[in-house]
Design a protein around this ligand. Structure first.
Ligand SMILES: Nc1nc2c(ncn2[C@@H]2O[C@H](COP(=O)(O)OP(=O)(O)O)[C@@H](O)[C@H]2O)c(=O)[nH]1
Ligand SMILES: [Mg+2]
Length: 198
C-alpha cells in the first residue's frame, strides 16, 4: 500500500468512544514494550508519529491513526506491565476485549511477540481469547535484529511450539532493519480484502 497521508485521530477509552466505524481497521496488540508503536511507525514510514517509549505501560488508551482517509490503525494498550497501577491493569481487559469483540469494522489484529522471549502466560491467554473470539490474527515476531540468524530459527520454532501456531505463520520483523516490512503489509492487505463481516 502506498501511504499518502497519515494522521492521529483520537485516543478512545472504550468502544463507545471510538470514531465512527466508517473505514476498515487493523489493531496492534501485545505486551508492553514488545514494539507495537515502533512497528506502526515503520509500516507508515513516520518516525515519531506513534510515541515509542522505553517506559512500558504508557499507552493506556485505544489510539486511532487514519491512513489515506481509508483505513484505521489502532495502537492498543499493552498488557503484562506488572508495575502499572492496579486500577490501570483492571481497566485493560474490559477496554481491549470490549473493543476487539464489538468493533464491526475490525479486519484483523496484528499480534506481536518478542523474538528473545518465550511467550508469557498473558500472551498465551490473549491468543486463546482471540481464537475463541474468531478474530483474524496476524502474528509477528519483533526485534529480530537482536538475535542471530541461527538463533532466530530456534526462537521461531520455540514460539511455534508454545503457541501451537505453525512456524510459517510467524513473520519475523525488525523496526531497525525494516526486515518484514513488506510481508506484514501483504498480510494486512490480505486481511483488508477478505469480505469477512462481523
Ligand atoms: N532493536 C530493536 N529495538 C526495538 C524494535 N522495536 C522496538 N524496539 C525498542 O523497544 C522499545 C519498546 O518499543 P515500543 O515500540 O515503544 O513498544 P510498545 O510498548 O509495544 O509500543 C523501544 O525502546 C524501542 O526502540 C526493533 O525492531 N529492534
Ligand atoms: Mg507503544
Amino acid at each position: 500500500m502506498v501511504v499518502q497521508s497519515v494522521s492521529f485521530v483520537t485516543s478512545a477509552p472504550s468502544l463507545a468512544c471510538c470514531p465512527p466505524a466508517e473505514w476498515p481497521e487493523i489493531a496492534f496488540a501485545g505486551r508492553s514494550n514488545v514494539g507495537k508503536s515502533s512497528l506502526i511507525n515503520c509500516l507508515l514510514n513516520r518516525k515519531g508519529l506513534v510515541r515509542t517509549s522505553s517506559t512500558p505501560g504508557r499507552t493506556q488508551l485505544l489510539n486511532f491513526f487514519a491512513i489515506n482517509e481509508a483505513l484505521y490503525f489502532v495502537d492498543l494498550p499493552g498488557y503484562g506491565f506488572a508495575r502499572a497501577p492496579r486500577s490501570v491493569r483492571k481497566q485493560w481487559q474490559p477496554m481491549v476485549h470490549g473493543y476487539l469483540r464489538g468493533r464491526s469494522s475490525l479486519k484483523a489484529v496484528v499480534w506481536l511477540l518478542d523474538a528473545r522471549r518465550d511467550p508469557s502466560q498473558e500472551d498465551l491467554q490473549f491468543l486463546d481469547w482471540l481464537e475463541e473470539s474468531e478474530i483474524p490474527t496476524i502474528p509477528v515476531i519483533t526485534k529480530v535484529d537482536k538475535v542471530s540468524r541461527n538463533e532466530l530459527g530456534r526462537r521461531v520454532a520455540k514460539i511455534a511450539d508454545s503457541t501451537g501456531l505453525s512456524a510459517e505463520l510467524l513473520t519475523p520483523f525488525s523496526a531497525l532493519s525494516k526486515q518484514g516490512h513488506e510481508e506484514v503489509w501483504e498480510l494486512i492487505a490480505m486481511a483488508l480484502e477478505s469480505d469477512l463481516n462481523r
